[in-house]
Design a protein around this ligand. Structure first.
Ligand code: SF4
Ligand code: SF4
Length: 474
C-alpha cells in the first residue's frame, strides 16, 4: 500500500478539523452500545467511587437507639438520621440541604465536568453493573453483537433468560433496598416473605424495581441523554478552566493506522485504533472534541494509555485537560477561579444554615398564640390576666413531663395547676395558659415576656418562646 505523504496527512488533518466543528454525536437509541471493558486507572477509580453504594445497600440494617438509623417515616411524618429526628416544621432545612447538594454538584462540574455522572451517579453505576453481568453471561461485545443479530435459537433463549433473571434479581434487591429507607428494613423483609406487607409496600417495591430494570437493563445511556436534567444544563457550568477528557489533537493528528512497515514519521500519535470509541459507554468518539453525551468517566483515557504503552508513545494523548491548558495557559489555582469562589461561598452559607438547624433541634417544638378577644381581663383583686394557647410537639421518642414557666413582668404568676403537662411520643398537645400580674407592675401597654418549657426529668429537653403581656393603656 502506498505510504502517506506529509501533504496528504496534513490535508486529512484539515478535513478532520473542519469536521470536528460540525460534528455532534448523540445516539438516539437506534444503535445498541456494547462497550468493551478495559482495565486501567480510571476504571479502578470508578469501582472505588461505586463502592460508596454499598452504604446504600447495608444502610437500612444499621440500628441506632433501638430503631433503624436512617428511616424516612412518612406515615408518622418524621425522618430519623441517627440521633437526629427531623419533623415537618424543620423542613426548611431540607431546602438548604438541596441547595447544598446542587451547589456541590455545580462546583464539582465547574472543576471537573460531569465527574458525578461518570463515577458516582446511580444510573452510571447500575448500568455498569448490568453491563458487567451481560459481559459475563453473553460474552465480549463482538459476541453480544452477533447474538443480537442471531435468530432465536435455544442458546440465545438460554443466554437471554439467564441475563434477564440476573437483571431482575439486581432490580428487586435495589427496589427492596430503596423501600427499606421508608419502612423498618427487618419488618419489610418479613412482610415480603409472609405476604403481609400493606399494598403501599408492594407498590413502592414495584416502582423502584421497574425504574432499575428499565433504566439499567434497557435505556442505559439514553437516560443520561434524554431524561437527566443535569445533562441539559451542564454546559453553562463549564468554563475554559474545567478539566474534561480531551484528545490532544496537535499531538494525535494526522492520525494513521499502524502498519507493519512502521509508523510514518509525519504521522501523529493516534494510531486510529478506535479503542477509545469502543470502550465509551455512551458511544462517543472523543477525537471530535467534547460531546454532549460525555459523562467524563475517563475510560477512553485508560484505553488510549494502554495503546500508547503498546506503541511506545507517552501516555496522555487523551487526558483530563482544560481548554486553556491545551492552549498553553497555566491553570489558575482553585481559590482564584470566580465560579469556584461563588459556589464555595453559597455552599458555606447553606452548610452554616444546616448546622445551625441541627444544633437548635430540640426535643420539642412550641408555638404560643395570645388570646385576642379579649386581650386582657381585669380581675376582682385588681390584677391583669392574659390568656394564651401553647401548642407543644413532642419530637422525642419518649413521653415528656413538661413544666411551664413565664418570666418578664414583676409578680407574674400562672393561674391554675402546676402539675407537669404530659405529652405522649410524637403527639401535639394544646395547653391553655392564664397569666396574671399586679397592675402596678405593668408600666407599658405591651410588655415582652418569655415562656420557658422544660422536661422535669431531663432538663436538657427545653425550649423558650417570646410573647407579649397586654395591659390597659397608660
Ligand atoms: S468520551 Fe471518554 S470520558 Fe466521555 S463518556 Fe466516553 S469514555 Fe467516558
Ligand atoms: S485510543 Fe488513542 S490511539 Fe486509539 S484511536 Fe483513540 S486516540 Fe487514537
Amino acid at each position: 500500500m502506498k505510504s502517506a505523504t506529509k501533504e496528504s496527512l496534513l490535508a486529512d488533518k484539515e478535513d478532520r478539523d473542519n469536521l470536528e466543528e460540525s460534528y455532534w454525536h448523540v445516539n438516539p437509541g437506534d444503535v445498541k452500545i456494547h462497550a468493551t471493558r478495559i482495565k486501567g486507572r480510571f476504571r479502578n477509580y470508578k469501582w472505588m467511587a461505586a463502592s460508596f453504594w454499598l452504604l446504600f445497600f447495608f444502610g437500612p440494617y444499621l440500628r441506632w437507639d433501638g430503631r433503624q438509623a436512617v428511616l424516612f417515616d412518612i406515615p408518622n411524618r418524621k425522618f430519623h438520621i441517627f440521633s437526629i429526628t427531623v419533623w415537618p416544621q424543620d423542613v426548611w432545612m431540607l431546602a438548604l440541604v438541596l441547595i447544598f447538594l446542587f451547589l456541590a454538584l455545580f462546583a464539582v462540574t465547574a472543576i471537573g465536568g460531569r465527574m458525578f455522572c461518570g463515577y458516582l451517579c446511580f444510573q452510571t453505576v447500575w448500568t455498569d453493573i448490568f453491563t458487567l453481568a451481560e459481559d459475563w453471561i453473553e460474552g465480549a461485545p463482538v459476541k453480544r453483537r452477533k447474538l443480537d443479530e442471531a435468530p432465536w435459537t435455544f442458546t440465545k433463549i438460554r443466554l437471554r433468560t439467564t441475563k434477564h433473571l440476573v437483571f431482575i434479581i439486581i432490580s428487586l434487591l435495589t427496589g427492596a433496598t430503596f423501600s427499606a429507607y421508608f419502612m423498618d428494613a427487618f419488618q419489610l423483609w418479613k412482610g415480603y416473605f409472609t405476604f403481609t406487607l400493606p399494598a403501599v409496600g408492594w407498590y413502592t417495591l414495584l416502582f423502584f424495581f421497574m425504574c432499575t430494570y428499565i433504566f439499567g437493563g434497557f435505556m442505559r445511556e439514553q437516560v443520561c441523554f434524554w431524561l437527566c436534567p443535569y445533562a441539559r444544563i451542564q454546559g453553562v457550568m463549564y468554563d475554559s478552566d474545567t478539566i474534561l477528557p480531551t484528545y490532544d489533537k496537535d499531538r494525535g493528528e494526522p492520525r494513521v493506522r499502524l502498519k507493519k512497515g512502521g509508523h510514518s514519521p509525519d504521522a501523529g500519535d493516534c494510531v486510529d485504533c478506535n479503542l477509545c470509541v469502543a470502550v465509551c459507554p455512551t458511544g462517543i468518539d472523543i477525537r471530535y472534541g467534547q460531546q454532549e453525551g460525555c459523562i467524563t468517566c475517563g475510560l477512553c483515557i485508560d484505553a488510549c494509555d494502554a495503546i500508547m504503552d503498546k506503541v511506545g508513545r507517552p501516555r496522555g494523548l487523551v487526558r483530563y485537560a482544560s481548554l486553556d491548558e491545551l492552549g498553553g495557559i497555566i491553570l489558575p489555582p482553585l481559590f482564584k477561579r470566580p465560579r469556584v469562589i461563588v459556589y464555595s461561598l453559597i455552599l458555606f452559607l447553606a452548610f452554616s444554615g444546616i448546622s445551625y438547624g441541627l444544633l437548635t433541634l430540640g426535643g420539642m417544638s412550641i408555638n404560643v398564640i395570645h388570646e385576642r378577644q379579649p386581650l386582657f381581663v381585669k380581675l376582682s383583686d385588681g390584677s391583669i390576666q392574659n390568656k394564651y394557647t401553647m401548642k407543644i410537639v413532642n419530637t422525642t421518642d419518649k413521653e415528656l413531663n413538661l413544666a411551664i414557666e413565664a418570666d418578664g413582668v414583676e409578680g407574674l404568676t400562672m393561674v391554675g395547676s402546676k402539675e407537669p403537662v404530659k405529652i405522649p411520643v410524637s403527639k401535639v398537645r394544646p395547653v391553655m395558659i392564664l397569666l396574671k400580674a399586679p397592675e402596678k407592675s405593668l408600666k407599658e401597654q405591651n410588655i415582652p415576656i418569655i415562656f420557658k418549657v422544660y422536661d422535669v426529668n431531663d432538663k436538657t429537653i427545653k425550649s423558650e418562646y417570646k410573647s407579649m403581656f397586654m395591659s390597659p393603656a397608660k
